[in-house]
Design a protein around this ligand. Structure first.
Ligand SMILES: C[S@@+](CC[C@H](N)C(=O)[O-])C[C@H]1O[C@@H](n2cnc3c(N)ncnc32)[C@H](O)[C@@H]1O
Length: 280
């Protein structure tokens, strides 16, 4: 892999590196659900009793977590799931407690008019880290909490160390590392901050939230498993950018083989799950 040619190709209006309307988006979201819902739902259930609560799911993706919430809040609760591209969510069967709405969370007016306040739980997983205006959005979301309400923000921390735990050969390990570097540049060009997840703790305290806590979740991702499939679907969505940054079709074909090879084992991204409460 060359991966040397810097060729930033941000399109006008491109706010987010991936795309819910891409042909692989549904399987991408399925991967996120499989890898992270068991952790996120257990973490949420430990933070508050959801019965009868008003819950806001931000950047809901395909909506598995929002549907889980809808099953928890009961007849007197409600869940609003918002996304800039909510098409995958809208395709699912209706649930009485769940409302889906198209909202760009970087737009203050949309947050005020289409979302409003008084939420007992606001959850955003793998969303704020992608947005250049993440600090402002975090503060605005905190203002939408009811007194005593909980804000739970979960984002990956992309460690700077070697992502390869095991590989079929030194060349294969090197090929994966080269892809990993270029992929990181693609996300950063689109506004993603790979380390913000660690600063979420301090940011929550600075905006006045209390009981701030971070829990870190991580697993290894073997070739052929869900984590490697997630990387493959991310590579498919980023393909034009990866090529513009100097990778070749051959590099991406090799990557695809490697991600299906169980002899490859990667250090999966750590999910930093940070919660804070608005003082009652
Ligand atoms: C990586 S996905 C995470 C999906 C889901 N939260 C999960 O963890 O499974 C990021 C989601 O945030 C949405 N998103 C990105 N920018 C957004 C914005 N400005 N306003 C609302 N949603 C946004 C995307 O459309 C996508 O569904």
């Amino acid at each position: 892999m060359s991966g040397q040619t810097a060729a930033p190709v941000l399109q006008a209006g491109w706010k987010y590196a991936l795309d819910n309307n891409h042909p692989v988006a549904a399987s991408h979201h399925h991967g996120l659900t499989t890898l992270f819902d068991p952790f996120s739902t257990a973490r949420t259930a430990a933070l508050l009793d959801l019965t009868g609560r008003r819950c806001l799911e931000v950047g809901a993706g395909a909506g598995s977590y929002a549907r889980w919430l809808a099953g928890q809040v009961g007849r007197n609760g409600e869940v609003l799931a918002i996304d800039i591209k909510p098409d995958l969510l809208a395709a699912e069967p209706d649930l009485a407690q769940l409302t889906v709405r198209r909202v760009d969370i970087t737009d203050e007016e949309q947050l005020r008019v289409r979302v409003g306040g008084g939420w007992d739980l606001i959850h955003a997983r793998l969303v704020l880290g992608h947005l250049p205006s993440r600090s402002t959005v975090l503060a605005r979301l905190a203002q939408l909490l009811a007194p005593g309400g909980v804000l739970l923000v979960e984002d990956w921390y992309r460690a700077s160390g070697d992502p390869v735990i095991c590989a079929p050969s030194p060349e294969a390990a090197q090929a994966y590392r080269a892809f990993h570097t270029v992929q990181g540049r693609c996300f950063q060009e689109a506004g993603t901050d790979p380390t913000w997840s660690r600063r979420a703790y301090r940011s929550m305290r600075e905006i006045g939230l209390v009981d701030v806590q971070t829990v870190i979740h991580g697993t290894a991702w073997p070739g052929g498993g869900t984590g490697c499939a997630l990387i493959a679907s991310s590579a498919a969505q980023l393909r034009p950018r990866l090529l513009a940054f100097g990778l070749t079709d051959e590099d991406l074909a090799l990557l695809s083989e490697l991600l299906n090879d169980p002899r490859l084992v990667l250090a999966g991204h750590l999910l930093y799950s940070t919660s804070g409460r608005r003082a009652a």
